[in-house]
Design a protein around this ligand. Structure first.
Ligand SMILES: NC(=O)c1ccc[n+]([C@@H]2O[C@H](COP(=O)([O-])OP(=O)(O)OC[C@H]3O[C@@H](n4cnc5c(N)ncnc54)[C@H](O)[C@@H]3O)[C@@H](O)[C@H]2O)c1
Length: 360
């Protein structure tokens, strides 16, 4: 097992990554949960697969959890799901000393984080992420979110967990499409922050896609270490953390321009990474050979690299309306070689348009 620390002074916490560690959550939670009620929030597919193990681990340590099951996917991130969980916690006698435990992917994690940050003005939070995306990304860093009918992730807070338990064995039951979604984020870390991670995935793509235990632990462990380092430096996302937007400025526009139906988030981010790498190449930041390596790795992992059928003007319009626009100029996190990146303002719309038109 690896224990990676997110350094945030008195709010520091550990992310424990390993195979078959779910049975230890009771023992690890006991000192965190104290006498308060632990509240496990999960979704039906994960309830069926892993809730019994988690309940058993908690009960064997004398903890008696309240379990709340919410709807799956983005339906977990609605204001009505939020009110439902809060109501169930109130009825179940959860007080200010309770701890919310999310069990599942990024959706239930975002909802649980929002509940924990607002219930009685804030209670403890523990994440047990069971998707690759949640293990490598959303469970670390404290961003919480609900969706508004007009905008995804519009409502949210920062609320750091007290512990994250990432059991890579749970990834074995994950559908291929969800594995790819998580791998897009892993490639993102490799390209803008960690050449070694990029080369590891390049050299062991097959094992990584199959999530063989050794590869899963290495890929999740390294990704967590990267994100933990960035969050420790820039918790509130105003500096270096913005590098993690690589692929996402274009990716979010692709998702929105296609009504969130044509591409999964990971596929849209993959297309976004190719488009943004092409912008970097046109700006002289990235060599052609490096761009080709990025495209080749994404293809090998089964992620799209072009031919997107996305309306270009709609995507450009959405990017202009994005949070990352400052004074009318678009800001991108772009690679400058493999393993390092920079946040840059791009003023030449022609460069952006040309790069996007090759991919979309
Ligand atoms: N807070 C953050 O910093 C942050 C970062 C990135 C993404 N996000 C959010 O994360 C969400 C996406 O998360 P996601 O990709 O994990 O999706 P998800 O939570 O919807 O999970 C994907 C699917 O996998 C199922 N599942 C979960 N674990 C499983 C397992 N072990 N075996 C089989 N099936 C399993 C889920 O029930 C669901 O159907 C988005 O809403 C996004 O906005 C948040």
């Amino acid at each position: 097992m690896r224990a990676i620390r997110v350094e945030l002074g008195s709010r520091s916490y550990e992310v424990r990554v390993g195979a078959g560690i779910l049975g230890a959550v009771g023992e690890w939670l006991k000192p965190i949960a104290g006498r308060g009620t632990p509240v496990v929030v999960t979704v039906p597919p994960v309830e069926r697969l892993y809730l019994a193990q988690v309940e058993e681990a908690l009960e064997s340590c004398g903890l008696d959890p309240l379990v709340v099951v919410v709807e799956d996917g983005e339906d977990a991130k609605t204001p009505s799901a939020f009110l439902d969980v809060v109501g169930r916690m109130l009825e179940g006698g959860a007080g200010r000393d309770s701890t919310v435990i999310s069990l599942g992917g990024g959706c239930v994690g975002d909802l649980s984080g929002f509940v924990a940050s607002t219930y009685m003005r804030g209670v403890g939070l523990v994440h047990i992420p069971t998707t690759l995306l949640a293990q490598v990304d959303s469970s670390i860093g404290g961003k919480t979110a609900l969706n508004h009918p007009k905008s995804k992730n519009l409502i949210g807070t920062f609320h750091q967990p007290r512990l994250v338990v990432s059991d890579v064995s749970t990834l074995k039951t994950l559908p291929r499409k969800e594995i790819r979604c998580g791998l897009a984020e892993v490639v993102k870390y490799g390209v803008v922050l960690d050449r070694r991670l990029f080369e590891y995935v390049e050299s062991r793509a097959e094992g990584v896609l199959a999530l063989e235990e050794r590869d899963a632990e290495e890929v999740v462990g390294r990704s967590v270490a990267i994100k933990a380092g960035i969050v420790s430096e820039d918790e509130s996302d105003i500096g270096r953390r913005m590098l993690l937007n690589f692929g996402h400025t274009v990716g979010h526009a692709i998702e929105a321009a296609t009504g969130y139906r044509k591409y999964s988030h990971g596929e849209a981010v993959a297309l976004g990474m190719v488009a943004e790498s092409k912008i970097a190449e046109r700006l002289g930041m990235l060599r052609g050979a490096e761009l080709s390596r990025i495209e080749a790795l994404l293809s090998e992992l089964g992620l799209p690299t072009g031919g997107g059928g996305v309306p270009l003007e709609a995507a450009l319009g959405l990017m202009r309306g994005d949070k990352k626009v400052e004074g009318g100029e678009l800001r991108f996190a772009l690679p400058c070689g493999i393993g390092s990146g920079k946040v840059v303002r791009v003023t030449d719309m022609g460069v952006i348009k040309d790069a996007l038109s090759e991919v979309l």
